[in-house]
Design a protein around this ligand. Structure first.
Ligand code: NA7
Length: 548
């Protein structure tokens, strides 16, 4: 199968004494592509995957209603024309089973499975400056050496632990959404509690409300959400997408968030009141995420535009909730639309019109503890058969920090990041030569991107960086402190002044171990600026990097 654009390595790696040239951690969406790309460069590569199959988050997040919020044809690999031609997507917003099947298909089509060691969690990685090699130790007790380590361990893959006292004493079934059992959970006729009302909680709640006997929704922060329109994909639509593959690929790689939206939106002040309403109505009816960043060119930066869209969305939601007091609780008043991740929904707000669905507003009545029979809030006890934790992830850093990583001069990544979270373009860290990562903080891929587009780009950049080290016959590549400072300063300059920066209550912001709010991990400069910086690093021969 052809791969474009290819990165050919001209010289043989200089470290035949190592077990591998590169180790890839994770066999999800980015890991599979990374493995394929590095093997295509003629490197000796092994991938380690903790679970017993491929797919990463798309293998584990099999909760009821799980599906992607990126519409067809966006959520697929963009590096291969053949894959586009061979895979017939069924729904405009593919479901978890469809995506898991796709990733398994890609794995076999690219003949990757034999390079992946399943059931093998990477526990530590340590750099030895004398040999220029990383030693990687796995849960099977084995240590292997490699020149390069690439962490494709996922930006939203380490679940946040439930902090409720007594959770372990619950006698019913309880489960985090990202750890949903393959055999499923029978929810019919059960009293179910869902904790969390963001992208995941919304999908669960709207799906199970008609099935369960009684549903208690525990909401801490209300979220804006926008209706998803999800028709089946016709053959004509597939054909059209394939015909337009090259054009679309050019567009998504230079679009702000990796979506080929139809037109560049106007500035808010350049539109009349009538045009604003028409525009928002059309986007609302469109049933995609386009209303988020695509309503006005300056929605993220102009508080007036942001408030306008916020009011519009709030009113739309209010019309769908029968009880005005309930609407007050479900419609956010503490943040603007789009300053947190916007979920798509299907009759989510109507679920609260059902007699069997009850909202517990945790801002008024917080959870105090969990016991054998259910949840205790500050005011009452709720009997439950099942508790579903839709409580999210340690975003950006969780999966990386589960690995004990020691770089140059004994620096431990966890400790460095606890002091100050930093990366260079979200893919390397000063002090950690030849260590690469995808979907880490301070890149579009960490939050504001249709992920396959951003993951493909990061895989390409990492391949180019590794190719550079090998071709130059040097030992290692690492961003200098100056390069990293410059990237972090740029990130803060473009991201903090946006409405994303003004909202401190979102997974777009790092949460430190002590619970305090840290850095904004979502890079808000958009793909074009980001790619320009990354491309310039490659074309300048990684100027300013430490090349040893
Ligand atoms: P999120 O977006 O992190 O949401 C987690 C939800 O769980 C959110 O409503 C939280 O309320 C709630 N939560 C978290 N901890 C608690 C506690 N201790 N008590 C009550 N409620 C809590 O995770 P998702 O899985 O929905 O989505 C993650 C991303 O995955 C999503 O954006 C997609 O890109 C894919 P809070 O808002 O913090 O008050």
């Amino acid at each position: 199968m052809s791969v474009e654009p290819d990165v050919a390595v001209k010289a043989a790696p200089r470290t035949p004494a190592s077990d591998y040239d590169a180790i890839v951690v994770g066999a999800g969406l980015a890991g599979l592509h990374q493995l394929h790309r590095l093997l295509g460069m003629g490197l000796r590569v092994a991938a380690f995957e903790a679970s017993d199959g491929v797919g990463g988050v798309w293998r584990h997040n099999r909760y009821p209603g799980a599906r992607v919020d990126s519409h067809f044809p966006h959520y697929q690999y963009w590096f291969s024309r053949e894959l586009w031609d061979e895979v017939d997507w069924l729904e405009r917003f593919p479901s978890q089973p469809e995506i898991e099947k796709y990733l398994n298909y890609v794995c076999d089509r690219l003949d990757l499975r034999r390079h992946i060691q399943f059931g093998t969690r990477v526990e530590s990685a340590s750099f030895d400056a004398a040999s220029g090699l990383w030693s990687v130790t796995t849960s099977l007790g084995k240590t292997v050496t490699a020149r390069f380590v690439v962490l494709n361990s996922g930006g939203l893959s380490a679940p946040r632990a439930a902090p409720f006292p007594g959770a372990e004493t619950f006698s019913g079934v309880s489960c985090h959404t990202s750890d949903w059992p393959r055999e499923g959970i029978d929810l019919a006729g059960k009293r179910v509690g869902v904790i969390g009302t963001a992208a995941t909680g919304i999908q669960v709640i709207q799906t199970i409300a008609p099935i369960v006997e009684h549903l208690t929704v525990f909401q801490r922060t209300p979220n804006f959400a926008v209706p998803m329109k999800n028709p089946a994909i016709s053959q004509a639509e597939r054909d059209e997408a394939r015909r337009n593959f090259e054009r679309l690929r050019g567009v998504v790689h230079q679009a702000f968030g990796g979506f080929a939206y139809e037109a560049t939106p106007p500035m808010f002040d350049e539109t009349t009141e009538v045009e604003r309403v028409q525009r928002l109505e059309a986007l609302w009816e469109g049933g995609t995420l386009e209303i988020w960043g695509g309503a006005f060119a300056d929605t993220f930066a102009n508080p007036v535009a942001s408030s306008y869209v916020t009011r519009f969305v709030g009113e739309k939601i209010r019309q769908r909730i029968n009880d005005p007091k309930l609407a007050d609780r479900l419609i956010p008043t503490d943040h603007d639309f789009g300053s947190r991740r916007v979920p798509l929904e299907t009759r989510y707000f109507e679920a609260f019109n059902r007699d069997n669905v009850e909202l517990v507003d945790l801002r008024e009545d917080p959870i105090r503890s969990i016991d054998a029979s259910g949840v205790n809030t500050a005011t009452h006890h709720i009997d439950l058969d099942v508790i579903i934790y839709a409580t999210g992830f340690e975003a950006g850093v969780g999966a990386i920090n589960r690995i004990d990583i020691t770089g140059r001069d004994g620096r431990r990544l966890r400790d460095e990041w606890e002091k100050a979270l930093r990366t260079t373009v979200g893919m390397q860290v000063h002090g950690f030569p030849n260590l690469f990562m995808t979907m880490a903080p301070f890149a579009p891929a960490s939050a504001l991107c249709n992920l396959p587009v951003c993951a493909d780009h990061q895989v390409d950049w990492i391949a180019a960086a590794i190719g550079f080290v090998v071709d130059k016959g040097v030992t290692s590549l690492e961003p200098s402190e100056e390069v990293e400072n410059a990237w972090m300063a740029h990130h803060v300059e473009v991201s903090e002044p946006t409405m994303l920066g003004s909202n401190k209550n979102s997974w777009y912001r790092h949460k430190r171990k002590d619970g305090s709010v840290g850095e904004l991990i979502a890079y808000a400069g958009g793909i074009p600026q980001y790619r320009a910086t990354c491309d310039a690093m490659i074309s300048s021969g990684f100027e300013g990097f430490l090349i040893r």
